[in-house]
Design a protein around this ligand. Structure first.
Ligand SMILES: *[C@@H]1O[C@H](CO)[C@@H](O)[C@H](O)[C@H]1NC(C)=O
Ligand SMILES: *[C@@H]1O[C@H](CO)[C@@H](O)[C@H](O)[C@H]1NC(C)=O
Ligand SMILES: *[C@@H]1O[C@H](CO)[C@@H](O)[C@H](O)[C@H]1NC(C)=O
Length: 470
């Protein structure tokens, strides 16, 4: 219906164009004797011109955006703002910083499902221009950020796999899982992880995730790449390896004939759950490796130090320059993380109702966040000005390095955000009150055309006001 209106709007322009041509042609037509034939020809000409102009307009849209799929959306935008030329307004600028993940495509597997907020090489892989705006913003800002959600059914398994081009950091929001990580020496580290804890899979380590609880596992996964993630699953690699090569490498009893008994499933087994699992597996054990191994790939974020503010709480899984407050196990994680280029820091940010994470920015990291509960108003100030929008459960936000941003919790329920920062170093942050307090009053007076003494009215607080609550 909306598109129909859009076309009518265009038709009005075309009629004006064709009216001029009609006058010229109709003079020629006057010589003809059959008036009925004349009307027919005029109509035919009008049709041809209308079609030609229509095609021309469409091709202009294609050329200007080189994204054929956006044509429908552009039509809608043009209707809403009737006077603005079609090609100027493609998508709300807020979608550079916001992704409504629940609206994205669900990749279903036998044992669970995956959704993505990420950059795609092929624009056709985006389901909307909003998703495309977010993905291309991640890539343009060289964000080192990709987010996926992973749901695994009870007893389901995220197949053993590795990523060529990214470190992976996961936050378990719900459930219990048994994790395996195989490092470059072939050493395997296994451990259980429960809700509120964090996992770390360095680039190219082979890893698996098995749901060992009764409820679904729900993971938020952050990958340190703004290119398309490159992944190989162990079953896919196995079936792509020539049988004789596999046989010579594994030297199984029965040789190549044994290798030939393996059957590739029709469906992608990325997250797998065979219907006859109970027949296949009779005696599963879920051992835990030594702490010195486990804490390299694991962090108890929920159990870590709570940084309390008047309006909320921050917890951090990151590298600390000063490790005097860390437990021995936490020191293992902190140091191991820091040894990896392009690793990420993770954090939870809880803001009570009406609490405000005051305007601040990060010197050394892009930031990506996922709303686990609650809702909020978010503002981003960059060199183009301010962008404000609301966020709800399942939304993904992106704050590029240096952009000043604030988050105000607006629901009764606490806002809980899980955040990832693109640095393996300690996060560097500056809050608005801190940089204004640090600036000499006479400098502020000169800047704002305001008496120096007026700036005494801005108080200094003993308690850090990073998250305040008036
Ligand atoms: C199950 O496995 C454990 C450890 O591998 C072994 O000790 C035990 O005997 C096994 N039980 C059965 C019933 O196979
Ligand atoms: C891990 O979880 C499984 C399933 O709940 C349990 O059987 C196992 O004992 C746990 N292992 C450790 C080391 O806690
Ligand atoms: C490290 O942190 C502790 C506790 O916060 C503090 O007492 C100590 O002075 C710090 N050390 C350095 C070198 O900053």
């Amino acid at each position: 219906m909306d598109n129909l209106a859009f076309e009518m709007h265009e038709d009005a322009k075309q009629n004006a164009v064709s009216a001029g041509k009609m006058n010229a042609t109709s003079r020629m037509e006057m010589k003809r004797q059959w008036s009925l034939m004349r009307i027919f020809l005029v109509c035919l000409l009008a049709c041809t011109i209308t079609t030609a102009v229509g095609v021309l307009i469409l091709s202009l849209v294609y050329v200007n955006h080189s994204q054929p799929r956006s044509e429908v959306h552009l039509g809608l935008e043009a209707l809403q703002t009737a006077t603005i030329p079609v090609v100027q307004k493609a998508v709300d600028p807020k979608f550079q910083f916001l992704n409504h993940l629940p609206k994205s495509k669900v990749f279903e597997f036998p044992g669970g499902a995956i959704q993505w907020a990420r950059y795609r090489n092929n624009v056709k892989d985006y389901v909307s221009i909003e998703e495309e705006a977010f993905g291309s913003s991640l890539n343009r800002q060289r964000s080192q950020m990709t987010l996926g959600t992973l749901r695994i059914k009870s007893n389901g398994l995220r197949a053993p796999h590795w990523h060529f081009n990214a470190n992976e950091h996961g936050y378990l929001a719900q459930g219990t899982a048994w994790i395996g990580v195989v490092d470059d020496g072939g050493v395997v580290t296994t451990y259980n992880v429960t809700a509120g804890q964090v996992i770390f899979f360095p680039k190219n380590t082979v890893h698996w995730i098995k749901n060992v609880g009764n409820e679904d596992c729900f993971f938020l996964l952050f990958f340190s790449t703004h290119d398309e993630l490159q992944t190989l699953d162990v079953d896919d690699v196995f079936f792509s390896t020539p049988e004789d090569i596999a046989s010579r490498s594994l030297k199984p009893e029965g040789g190549i004939n044994f290798i030939r008994t393996f059957r590739k499933q029709k469906e992608d087994q990325g997250v797998n759950l065979p219907p006859n699992l109970a027949e296949l597996v009779v005696n599963a054990t879920y051992v835990q490796s030594a702490d010195s191994q486990v804490w390299r790939y694991f962090y108890d974020l929920k159990g870590s130090k709570e940084y309390q503010f008047p309006g909320g709480v921050i917890q951090l899984a990151q590298y600390w320059k000063n490790r005097s407050e860390l437990s021995n196990n936490e020191k293992i994680f902190s140091e191991f993380l820091n040894q990896h280029q392009n690793a990420l820091s993770l954090s939870t940010l809880r803001i009570y109702n009406n609490g405000l994470r005051q305007p601040h920015f990060h010197f050394n990291a892009n930031e990506m966040g996922y709303v686990i509960s609650g809702c909020a108003q978010v503002g981003i100030i960059n060199t183009q000005g301010t962008t404000e929008f609301n966020i709800h459960i399942g939304d993904v936000v992106f704050f590029p390095t240096g952009t000043q941003h604030y988050i105000k919790s607006t629901c009764d329920e606490d806002l809980l955000l899980i955040l990832a920062f693109s640095t393996e170093d300690q996060l560097q942050t500056l809050d608005m009150d801190d940089y204004l307090q640090a600036t000499a009053d006479h400098i502020l007076a000169q800047l704002f055309f305001k008496k120096q003494s007026e700036f005494k009215k801005i108080p200094k607080f003993k308690e850090d006001q990073a998250i305040n609550l008036p």
